[in-house]
Design a protein around this ligand. Structure first.
Ligand SMILES: [Zn+2]
Length: 226
């Protein structure tokens, strides 16, 4: 559940929960959990899927002006109260790392989940990861092993940085996903572009099949890990 309130500590900045997790002080209240959830849903809708519907101008890397996003969202009746601070507070405390913020330039973008096309060349490289993981359904596996990974409903492929993350992402679609291992290091050495989107996710346009192997079913992997 995401529905924790957001506050700001004078020493440690924005946080989710009742108190600053670092110093345990009760900071200034910014918004309640329902408000944060409602705002975040509209932010991802605008930044991942339909900036034009919100009247936003977006650059090719997916960035929009925080001030423009705030005024666009204020046109929604339930979000008349939104100021740039609220957007920054939601973005910086997002538990999944859904947003990138550039405070110096006053810009924000969705870090992943886009259905619109964006240029990911300004994302940080995923060079810290040797292996990445992808959860597939039984029906998908054979095709992936032959033709590689290609985006389907989203514009980019999402690769998990940990096994646990891949398993829980896969369980959204199927009870016992098959976890594939991506030899990210070799792929990047060979020039395949893989970028880091959040602490949990990397993104790529395409992963050729020669870097993909079957690790096993989620249920079997969990038995080994535990
Ligand atoms: Zn604090």
């Amino acid at each position: 559940m995401d529905l924790e309130p957001i506050g700001v500590c004078p020493y440690h900045g924005f946080y989710r929960g009742e108190r600053c997790p670092k110093c345990k002080r009760v900071g200034m209240h910014i918004m309640n959990g329902e408000e944060a959830d409602m705002l975040s849903r509209r932010m991802t809708a605008a930044l991942r899927h339909s900036p034009e519907k919100f009247g936003l101008s977006m650059d090719k890397h997916g960035w929009v002006k925080i001030s423009e996003l705030a005024s666009a969202l204020r046109r929604i009746r339930k979000l008349k109260w939104v100021k740039p601070t609220h957007i920054i507070a939601v973005a910086l405390t997002d538990p999944k790392g859904r947003y990138h913020v550039n405070p110096d330039k006053g810009l924000i973008r969705a870090s992943y989940g886009h259905t619109i096309e964006i240029d990911i060349s300004d994302y940080p490289d995923a060079s810290e990861y040797k292996y990445l993981y992808y959860p597939a359904t039984e029906e998908e596996v054979d095709i992936i092993l032959i033709s590689g990974l290609k985006p389907s409903e989203r514009s980019l492929i999402h690769l998990s940085t940990t096994l646990e993350q891949a398993i829980s992402a896969g369980r959204v679609h199927t009870e016992d996903p098959i976890i594939l291992t991506i030899d990210a290091k070799s792929a990047m050495n060979d020039g395949v572009v893989i970028k880091k989107a959040s602490p949990y996710l990397c993104i790529a346009k395409e992963i050729p099949s020669r870097y993909i192997n079957i690790l096993g079913k989620a249920s079997e992997i969990e038995r080994v890990i535990q």
